[in-house]
Design a protein around this ligand. Structure first.
Ligand SMILES: Nc1ncnc2c1ncn2[C@@H]1O[C@H](COP(=O)(O)OP(=O)(O)O)[C@@H](O)[C@H]1O
Ligand SMILES: [Mg+2]
Length: 427
């Protein structure tokens, strides 16, 4: 096909290396007005000209016209490429006249359209999910499935968004290897990390940008963003960073795919158990302690209601073998019964401050949770302080966290330091 000249000066330099990026999953996130949407709209036009078929989606159909459609139209005009496309505003399709390659638009709430939408020629090669934090993990998985199958082009799912809270599924799913500015990225084969800026592995690429990366902003736009000096709005929209819930007990934790990124070998293994029955689950944790690097790896958990003691014993024997399992000491009879049934159960020592002391000790470590331990991730995400003093975590879903405290109880030496009670949103 005919070549098409692109004036690169019309594209913010930070994005230029991503024009032809082939990663399966591509995340462009960061502050507002950082040029994400403009860039991806520009890339969509260029990609269509090179024969790709692109589906642009947002959660809500009615927001598409004013956002993605307009962005892509503007990009087309900036590139001087209008004459090369057939434009149907009513159908919301852009078709390259010579090749039939298309840019299609659909809202995830238009279920019928999403299901049936297919390009005029060839297969869909790209899905761009704009404002992806609006979408659920299920939405994403469904879209991802649409890109199975062979094609001459590398198929890609691109997500663009402003970050929200760290308990969002996108953070959990994709940011395990991400490092914030000033953080040690750690060495892993095949992984490139520029802290605070970018991440790349075999299938995933993440780029974080802020308004400072957008050359096309006016002084007024900049000033408006710089007026935000603190709080959630500043963290998320000005700095383009994931927000941490203001009253989260644990702020230095993350999930990771232990199959792709296993914990180091040779670490000591610990088991902990919190008793439950009807309302609360019996919850057990297996973890590894890396004292030297101040890390705790939560590798396996189970959390189940309705287990009578012999069932629990069977579960524990399969889970921990003959290793010691440190248990909630509130119920010595349960411990005695477990022992009689062949589990090496031992009581955690409970002092008057053991809860706070245990939390304080855990706060001194980075906690890395295996991505498979979904319940643990839920607990960690929701574990918050109660208002008022003395500091106390809000009761609720904390059984696996308790089990983790018990597991490592023997390692906790008294410390005088003040409990970290993070009130500020942000990092
Ligand atoms: N390549 C570009 N050419 C011209 N203007 C741009 C370009 N990139 C960004 N802009 C300007 O910057 C504004 C913010 O960019 P946008 O892509 O909407 O940011 P984001 O999606 O990150 O919030 C746009 O409305 C546009 O005015
Ligand atoms: Mg945008």
């Amino acid at each position: 096909m005919a070549t098409f000249e692109v004036d690169l000066t019309g594209i913010n330099p930070v994005y230029r290396p991503y024009l032809a990026d082939g990663h399966r999953y591509q995340l462009y996130f960061g502050g507002s007005s950082s040029g994400k949407s403009c860039f991806l709209a520009t890339r969509a036009v260029l990609d269509a000209l090179s024969g790709r078929n692109i589906l642009v989606v947002r959660k809500v159909q009615r927001t598409l016209h004013a956002s993605c459609w307009n962005e892509v139209m503007k990009a087309m005009r900036r590139l001087g490429a209008q004459a090369l496309f057939r434009i149907s505003r009513s159908e919301m399709t852009l078709t390259v006249v010579k090749t039939g390659a298309q840019i299609l638009f659909a809202g995830l709430d238009d279920v019928e359209k999403i299901k049936s939408i297919t390009p005029q020629t060839g297969a869909l090669t790209d899905i761009w999910i704009e404002e992806a934090t609006e979408c659920s993990r299920d939405d994403f998985k469904q879209l991802d499935k649409r890109l199975r199958g062979q094609s001459a082009f590398k198929k890609r799912v691109t997500l663009s968004f402003n970050p929200t809270w760290k308990d969002h599924w996108i953070f959990r799913e994709f940011f395990g290897g991400w490092a914030e500015e000033g953080q040690e990225p750690g060495e892993r084969p095949g992984v490139r990390v520029e802290p605070g800026r970018s991440y790349q592995d075999r299938s995933l690429s993440i780029l974080r940008t802020t308004y400072l990366d957008n050359r096309f902003l006016t002084e007024d736009d900049r000033r408006a963003l710089e007026e935000e000096k603190a709080g959630y709005y500043c963290t998320v929209y000005t700095l383009g960073q994931w927000g941490t819930r203001g009253d989260a007990v644990f702020t230095d934790w993350r999930s990771a795919d232990f199959r792709a990124e296993p914990p180091p070998e040779g670490l000591r293994v610990f088991y902990g158990l919190d008793f439950g029955f009807a309302h609360d689950p019996s919850a057990a944790v297996r973890c590894l302690l890396d004292r030297e690097h101040r890390r705790i790896y939560v590798t396996d958990t189970f959390s189940e209601t309705g287990l009578v003691i012999w069932q629990l014993a069977e579960r524990l024997k399969a889970f921990a073998g003959r290793a010691k399992v440190t248990c909630d000491s509130a119920d010595p009879r349960c411990i005695a019964e477990l022992r009689a049934l062949g589990v090496l159960a031992a009581p955690a020592k409970k002092g008057p401050d053991s809860l706070l002391h245990g939390i304080q000790w855990l706060q001194g470590y980075r906690i890395i949770v295996n991505r498979d331990c979904e319940e643990m991730i839920r607990e960690m995400s929701g574990y918050c302080w109660k208002e008022g003093s003395p500091p106390q975590p809000r009761p609720g879903n904390d059984h696996l966290i308790d089990a983790l405290r018990y597991a490592l109880e023997s390692e906790q030496r008294p410390r005088k330091a003040v409990l970290k009670k993070k009130r500020e949103v942000g990092l």
